[in-house]
Design a protein around this ligand. Structure first.
Ligand SMILES: Nc1ncnc2c1ncn2[C@@H]1O[C@H](COP(=O)(O)OP(=O)(O)OP(=O)(O)O)[C@@H](O)[C@H]1O
Ligand SMILES: [Mg+2]
Length: 262
């Protein structure tokens, strides 16, 4: 199956951009009340590329995404978005940069009291005051169609399945046309068929939008399908980073164990 990276290469996009990383984190450290969570993580992702971040529960995967989004600050290290270090930037500047990012939190986190359409409209209402109400409505419809949810715009989140909630979360993440897509466990808690559908959707979105994506997942099967590169975290470090074949050929005990148990 052609990966997003293959497609980017075919269209020459990666070459055009010189493969310059859109997101590059270097030597990130983060502790909470004496608990060391990230212990010098370095990772990067370029346009049209999907990096899967794998690892056991509690290894700091969600913390890593929250740092990149700028919701928390690292103790040390840098987070460069298009070359600019966001660590230490004033909050309003981080807010500006965050508009380039679409994110899906670990627990879909739709607003329970808003309809599907209102959830997707939310970022547009807050950050795109320049567009008219009818244009906003059209965009919401297009976004919901893109994730296969155009028939469900008036439903409440509690009335749709987990897989459908993830789709709506994805549509909301895409609302501001992000260059960077950050997904935290997009298939967790879903049955295998719904998971495969979400994987297909992520691949389709990558093909069409050529974002720089980081997907946190427990699911090695899913990572293999959607990502060009995989990074395995353990105890705050990157144990290995590479293509799936690199993980398969690794002699590192932890990598072998992870592959065996997944
Ligand atoms: N705001 C916080 N305050 C204190 N501890 C925190 C905070 N956020 C995360 N932690 C701790 O940091 C560690 C890593 O958490 P994180 O949520 O990143 O793990 P994870 O790899 O995403 O796990 P999972 O696969 O279960 O989602 C955990 O021990 C967690 O309790
Ligand atoms: Mg997590």
């Amino acid at each position: 199956m052609a990966t997003a990276y293959d497609i980017a290469m075919k269209h020459g996009d990666t070459e055009k951009d010189g493969g310059a990383p859109v997101v590059a984190v270097e030597n990130l450290h983060k502790s909470f009340e004496g608990l060391k969570v990230l212990n010098g993580i370095s990772l990067s992702v370029s346009r049209g590329e999907t990096l899967a971040v794998l690892g056991r529960s509690g290894t700091g995967k969600s913390v890593l995404l929250r740092l990149i989004i700028g919701l928390e600050k690292p103790d040390s290290g840098s987070i460069r978005i298009h070359g600019r270090n966001i660590v230490g930037l004033a909050l309003d500047r981080v807010g500006e940069i965050r508009k380039k990012m679409g994110f899906l939190f670990q627990h879909a986190a739709l607003y329970d009291s808003l309809t599907v359409a209102e959830n997707v409209a939310f970022p547009l209402e807050h950050h795109r005051r320049d567009i008219s109400r009818s244009e906003r409505g059209d965009r919401v419809k297009r976004l919901l169609a893109e994730v296969g949810m155009e028939g469900d715009f008036g439903k409440m989140p509690s009335d749709i399945s987990g897989g459908m909630q993830k789709r709506v979360g994805l549509a909301r993440a895409l609302a501001l046309e992000p260059e960077i897509l950050l997904l935290d466990e997009p298939t967790a808690g879903l049955d295998p068929i719904s998971s495969a559908e979400i994987d297909d959707l992520i691949l389709k979105l990558q093909r069409e939008r050529q974002m720089a994506s980081i997907v946190v997942t427990h699911d090695l099967h899913s990572a293999r399908i959607i990502a060009n590169r995989l990074a395995l975290l353990d105890q705050g470090n990157v144990v290995i980073e590479g293509a799936f074949e690199d993980l398969q050929q690794s002699d590192i005990v932890l990598v072998k164990e992870f592959l065996k148990l997944s």
